[in-house]
Design a binder for this molecule. Structure first.
Ligand code: ATP
Ligand code: PRP
Ligand code: MG
Length: 304
């Protein structure tokens, strides 16, 4: 199908995820926590949605933007690095964008960095003029080089990029970094960040004209509920009325609390949904400020 063709109407939603790799397990777990479950096909490339008409396609992550562009799938869970790379290549060829980032999903965090041999004294992007840079991200690198008015040659490699300087294939690299261990092992150091990445839900630029529109809305609603609650906890405690304002100031990550009067006028019971980590230290600070009977409860689901 050509990228401009209108995909045929379908009555099931199809989501592409990585078949095996860093993003596959967390992607499945996230979708499962939205209430989806599947029956796996024998070839293990397609999972038929059982609880809802939402099927999974198991593919190489690099193929996801193309599958979206061709209308073969409706959504995809993919690294922002992969999605934006394909977008940069499309833009470079003057082609319109057909998919976009719909939600950031909070896992698969990494950076796309420029890294140079440890012995280099980094003076800034201009130092890269005329150099050879090995990368798997030619689109994003070309865009960054153009923004910094640097002309360099790009050596395209699909993996093991960090070894290129040692092999004399390139002077430096542009690759994904997470712990920095691979750079260190190859005597390289990061000097500039081209982009920060995490797994994202990618979807169509145009809304669906069929039943998939309703399915998509439901999926996004559930996803928002799950993402919103990722680190959230319900905090319950009691306090004297005059201590409540000070206690609430210590909970800047809390939503508007529910306040109940317990006895007479002075003791109040509060429940607040807090979005930041509820550490022992925070609980002890709250206790010192007058909170009593502190309780931290997990929150499983929420529908706004
Ligand atoms: N070191 C890392 N730490 C954290 N996230 C990473 C790291 N490297 C890559 N990622 C993220 O995980 C995504 C998938 O990485 P993975 O190594 O599984 O991909 P791959 O080898 O290209 O897999 P595929 O076989 O699907 O093509 C990357 O596109 C990126 O968004
Ligand atoms: O900063 P670190 O934590 O060391 O991670 C960075 C490495 O991780 C990724 O490679 P991966 O392990 O997926 O191997 P690949 O390049 O062969 O896919 C990436 O391409 C880097 O090489
Ligand atoms: Mg890949």
């Amino acid at each position: 199908m050509s990228p401009t063709a209108v995909p045929a109407a379908r009555d099931r939603l199809r989501i592409a995820i990585q078949k095996s790799g860093r993003l596959s397990d967390p992607a499945r777990a996230l979708l499962a926590s939205c209430g989806l479950s599947w029956r796996e096909s024998r070839d293990r490339l397609f999972c038929y949605g059982e609880t809802l008409p939402v099927d999974l396609l198991l593919v190489r992550d690099d193929d996801i933007p193309g599958l979206l562009a061709d209308g073969v799938c409706d959504y995809g869970i993919v690294g922002r690095n992969v999605l934006d790379e394909q977008a940069a290549l499309r833009a470079g060829e003057g082609r319109a964008q057909v998919s976009k980032e719909v939600r950031a999903l909070g896992f698969g965090g990494c950076r796309l960095d420029i890294a140079v041999p440890e012995a280099w004294e980094w003076e800034g992007p201009q130092q890269l003029q005329g150099r050879r840079i090995a990368t798997s991200y030619p689109g994003l690198l070309a865009k960054w080089l153009a923004e910094h008015e640097v002309e360099a040659s790009v050596v395209m490699l699909s993996g093991s990029v960090e070894i290129a300087p040692r092999l004399g294939q390139a002077d430096l690299i542009c690759d994904l970094v997470s712990s920095g261990g691979t750079l260190l092992a190859n005597q390289l150091k990061p000097v500039a960040t081209i982009m920060r990445s995490e797994a994202v839900l990618a979807g169509p630029v145009q809304p669906f004209a069929d039943i998939r529109g309703e399915l998509a809305q439901m999926l996004l609603r559930r996803l928002d509920g799950v993402l919103r609650l990722k680190d959230s906890r319900l905090l319950l405690f009691q306090a004297q009325r005059d201590e409540v304002p000070g206690l609430l100031e210590m909970l800047p990550d809390a939503e508007q609390p529910t306040v109940l009067q317990v006895d007479g006028a002075d003791t109040l019971a509060l429940q607040a949904l807090c979005h930041g980590a509820m550490t022992w230290q925070r609980l002890e600070d709250l206790k010192r400020a007058g909170a009593r009977g502190l309780m931290v409860l997990p929150v499983e689901r929420m529908l706004a």
